[in-house]
Design a protein around this ligand. Structure first.
Ligand code: C5P
Length: 419
């Protein structure tokens, strides 16, 4: 019979396990054992108070890695960016048990221990497992903190109902280690071998990002609310996977991600020209919110107010992605983004076909936590094979990784994904 642990469903996966100072911390030992037996590489981070419930020696021995607690360790080794390295290293960060105190710290962006600092630096999905007394759990402050964490894209595993260490019976029991293990396996997509750490080594990747600006006169322009964050996250993630990445960006205040060649443009026409110059890329991720129309004429001087109504005549801009789709070469992968407020799935599917895309990521800016100017997004990924996958609400950086996992797996397999 298949064994859910011995079959090593977490082989090759890198997990951060945050352990905080609640009585359920004793269960962290079992959790580490399960993760290790499941094949994962586990780094334990403890809050200073967690050591009152379980020793770092126990968890360090079980995980095979030194447990990290303070952001400034006693034995300074001349480095202090471990939180950043770990935040980049992990595939998933689990906090179990998560006390009310740590939830509050995470919700408000504290970085006063290795655990909280790493959580701020982490690009991977987060799974928190609250464990505390019934009334602490139901207190509006804790509930508001959990809500806030959900709005950042954290998944909250609800605590169970039962006997609590306080002697009370109620909500607040940490889920059993086996349940947490099963959720982690689900979250990381067990058996999705091809997606693991999917590399883009040696690939040319072209990403577009941000809005475009279409000038009416020397001081005014038509644009949209795009900040560029989704495209920048994709460019950053692709560069980390070893690709040579060009990022053609409309006006955006975001810093250029490390290792990425950035080309700044203003108008849709300019973006079209820069994309055409790089159209041989192996993978094109077209995340820019390109203006569909531009003024027929741009006034040379500032348009004067006359007191009368004014009519603007607009002409369509080139559809940059459709142009790539028409000339798509074998082996090239094209990914578009569709922002739809109504009838999203049908419209996205039509766009995918009309523009000859391999994938389209659909999002609805009216949904909470999705769209422009927020750190999170929720997309549904549609593949040309007909496969559709609704991804959960996630930070845009985690979403970039999730999208690249799937896209890269289909590129590497060289076969239609999901068939
Ligand atoms: O047709 P629609 O604008 O909704 O399609 C969205 C996708 O097409 C996005 O990937 C966007 O970057 C791309 N697009 C484009 N050129 C345009 C308009 C949109 O490449 N003029």
């Amino acid at each position: 019979m298949p064994d859910p642990v011995e079959d090593q469903p977490l082989k090759g996966r890198k997990l951060l396990l945050g352990v905080t100072g609640g009585i359920a911390a004793y269960k962290a030992a079992t959790l580490v054992r399960l993760f290790k037996k499941g094949g994962a590489d586990v780094q334990v981070l403890m809050t200073p108070d967690a050591g009152r419930f379980i020793t770092p020696l126990t968890l360090g021995t079980l995980s095979g890695r030194e447990v990290l607690i303070e952001i400034f360790p006693e034995n300074e080794d001349g480095t202090w960016t471990k939180h950043v390295e770990l935040g980049l290293w992990a595939d998933l960060f689990v906090v179990a048990p998560a006390t009310a105190q740590t939830l509050a710290r995470l919700a408000h962006g504290f970085s006063d221990s290795m655990l909280t600092a790493t959580a701020l630096a982490a690009r991977c999905p987060m799974l928190v497992c609250p464990a505390m007394d019934h009334d602490m759990y139901l207190h509006p402050a804790t509930q508001a903190n959990l809500e806030r964490l959900r709005s950042y894209g954290y998944e909250v595993m609800p605590p169970g109902f039962g006997a609590l260490a306080s002697g009370l019976v109620g909500h607040g029991r940490m889920p059993e280690p086996e349940e947490i293990f099963a959720r982690v396996v689900e979250k990381l997509g067990a058996g999705d071998e091809a997606a693991r750490g999917a590399s883009l080594e040696g690939k040319e990747v072209l990403v577009t990002a941000g809005p475009t600006r279409e000038a009416l006169d020397p001081v005014r322009f038509l644009t949209n609310h795009s900040t560029g964050s989704m495209g920048f996250a994709l460019a950053e993630a692709a560069a980390r996977r070893g690709a040579r990445v060009s990022l053609v960006s409309g006006p955006s205040a975001l810093p250029t991600p490390p290792g990425v060649t950035r080309v700044d443009v203003v108008t849709a026409e300019e973006m079209h020209a820069e994309v055409q110059a790089r159209k041989d890329a192996d993978l094109v991720l077209m995340a820019a919110a390109v203006a569909d129309f531009t003024p027929e004429t741009t006034a040379a001087s500032k348009l004067k107010k006359t007191g009368d109504a004014m009519t603007l005549r607009l002409r369509p801009t080139p559809d940059i992605l459709a142009a790539l789709g028409r000339e798509k070469r074998p082996g090239q992968t094209l990914v578009g983004f569709a922002l739809e407020t109504d009838d999203g799935l049908a419209n996205a599917r039509r766009k995918l076909e009309r523009k000859n895309l391999d994938w389209i990521a659909l999002n609805n800016p009216n949904e909470e936590g999705a769209g422009f100017g927020v750190g999170t997004n929720r997309v549904t990924l549609l593949h040309r094979s007909g496969r559709t996958e609704a991804l959960p609400l996630m930070p845009k950086r985690a979403l970039a990784e999730a999208i690249l996992d799937r896209v890269t797996a289909s590129m590497r397999a060289g076969v239609p994904e999901g068939t």
